[in-house]
Design a protein around this ligand. Structure first.
Ligand code: FAD
Length: 426
């Protein structure tokens, strides 16, 4: 027994929410679209989990951050889906997929069939076990990918005021969680193997700025080493973190943010994968004509760079979702996805945006001491990436525009002198 839909979105995260809005705007009939999600709640803006959700005062709670509030659009509460005749199958994991038969089998034993499938399964947090560290079922080790993780993290944080936390990982999750822990009056030590934080994106100079800012808030950094084991008490709770260099850090809680892995498992051997994700063309269509992929799980051609990339950021989840639905509903009017990569973060009173690609030579600009600064990346004589901390809306728009236009840059010293003025004059 089972149900049949014209369109099925597998996964109920950010991309699913934006795809649903686009379907409804373009006009679907009641009962045509279904979203299946392992999570028990309707799609929400995942970035809120490491920001507003962790605030000690007036924290963000659902329904306030259901999609699509991230782009000042409609907030799609469960009521919205009901009113629009979109079926939400929540708290339901799909355990296998058969793309030839066009069916999905849920863990509850239901077969759901589709004419068009959109894969929006996102990614899962990498676990320390995958790096050979054991003893990880301790109740005070936290990860952060979904609402259940965030709810658990809040509970652990509340029992740790004035106590010690160790944050493992110096990327997005580590940096945003460390800031939230400090705001919750917890002493934080960050541990990561790289020489500086946000190593995949920031230059050493930019990282130094953020590390100094964090230090001024009391955060300690231990860089260039990794965790080797935990000490636990008789109840199994972690009491200390032991690093590979022998350092012992007393810990009342541990937050782990060591990267993510796309949820491709259901489709391996059935459709083509690339760069760890599901390969799609410029219409977000996979190697199977009836199957599309969007968001963190999709590896798509970034026209601007002339290569396939998989991006793990909310803006690409939102825009790839819209593009897939446009390609499905209006195939003749929809060209190839032309996406300018965009990442952002907000911590403490800081806020940065990045557009494009961080390859080639770097030119820093602005006033680091005043907290308004940035960098341009120049590759083969062209501006390909731009970063800005502390900008205004107009300034962020200017660096986005400049990055999209990829102007030639002949004189790096002149570019440094002009700084933000270069982007503003384009
Ligand atoms: P997801 O939002 O992860 O959704 C995937 C969904 O699929 C989930 O609901 C999952 O349960 C479901 N699913 C997976 N497998 C199955 C299955 N077999 N059966 C049923 N359901 C399944 N990006 C930024 O650019 N800026 C930020 O500041 C930022 N902050 C972030 C903070 C946090 C805490 C996290 C976790 C991410 C953050 N991101 C940020 C990244 C951003 O949230 C992701 O890029 C975005 O959520 C990707 O959307 P998605 O729909 O592809 O995947």
């Amino acid at each position: 027994m089972g149900r049949a839909f014209v369109y099925v979105i597998l996964g109920g995260g950010v991309a699913a929410g934006y795809a649903a809005l686009e379907f409804s705007r373009r006009g679907i009939s009641r009962g045509e679209l279904c979203i299946i999600s392992e999570e028990p709640v309707a799609p929400y803006e995942r970035p809120a989990l490491s920001k507003g959700f962790l605030l000690p005062e007036a924290p963000a709670r659902l329904p306030s951050f259901h999609t699509c509030v991230g782009a000042n659009e409609e907030r799609l509460t469960p009521k919205w889906y009901k009113e629009h005749g979109i079926e939400l199958v929540l708290g339901t994991r799909v355990k296998s997929a058969d793309v030839k038969r066009k069916t999905l089998l849920t863990a509850t034993g239901e077969t759901i069939s589709y004419k068009i499938l959109i894969i929006a399964t996102g990614a899962r947090a990498l676990k320390l076990e995958e790096f050979g560290v054991n003893g990880l079922d301790a109740e005070n080790i936290c990860y952060l990918r979904d609402l259940a993780d965030a709810t658990r993290l809040v509970g652990v944080m509340q029992s740790c005021a004035e106590k010690n936390a160790v944050v493992i990982g110096g990327g997005y999750i580590g940096m945003e969680c460390a800031a939230s822990l400090v705001i919750n009056k917890i002493n934080v030590t960050m541990v990561f193997p790289e020489a500086h934080c946000m190593a995949r994106l920031f230059t050493p100079k930019i990282s130094s700025y953020y590390e100094d800012f964090y230090k001024s808030k009391g955060v300690k950094f231990i860089k260039g080493t990794v965790l080797s084991s935990f000490e636990n008490d008789s109840s199994g709770k972690v009491t200390a973190v032991i690093l590979r260099d022998g350092t012992r850090l007393p810990a009342d809680m541990v937050v782990v943010g060591i990267g993510i892995r796309p949820n491709t498992g259901l489709f391996e051997g059935q459709i083509t994968l690339e760069k760890g994700g599901i390969k799609v063309n410029g219409r977000m269509q996979t190697s199977n004509n009836s199957v599309y992929a969007i968001g963190d799980v999709a590896a798509f051609p970034v026209k601007l760079f002339g290569e396939i990339r998989r991006l793990e950021h909310v803006d690409s989840a939102r825009k790839s979702a819209r593009h897939a639905v446009a390609a499905i509903m209006s195939p003749d009017k929809t060209g190839d996805f032309d996406y300018l990569p965009f990442f952002y973060s907000r911590v403490f009173t800081l806020s940065w945006q990045f557009y494009g690609d961080n390859v080639g030579e770097v030119v820093h600009y602005g006033d680091f001491s005043a907290g308004i600064f940035g960098a341009y990346w120049i590759n083969k004589g062209q501006l390909v990436g731009a970063f800005l901390e502390g900008g205004t809306k107009e300034e962020y728009e200017a660096i986005a525009k400049a990055t999209r236009l990829r102007p030639m840059v002949k004189d790096m010293i002149e570019l440094e002198r002009q700084g933000l003025g270069f982007a503003l004059s384009i």
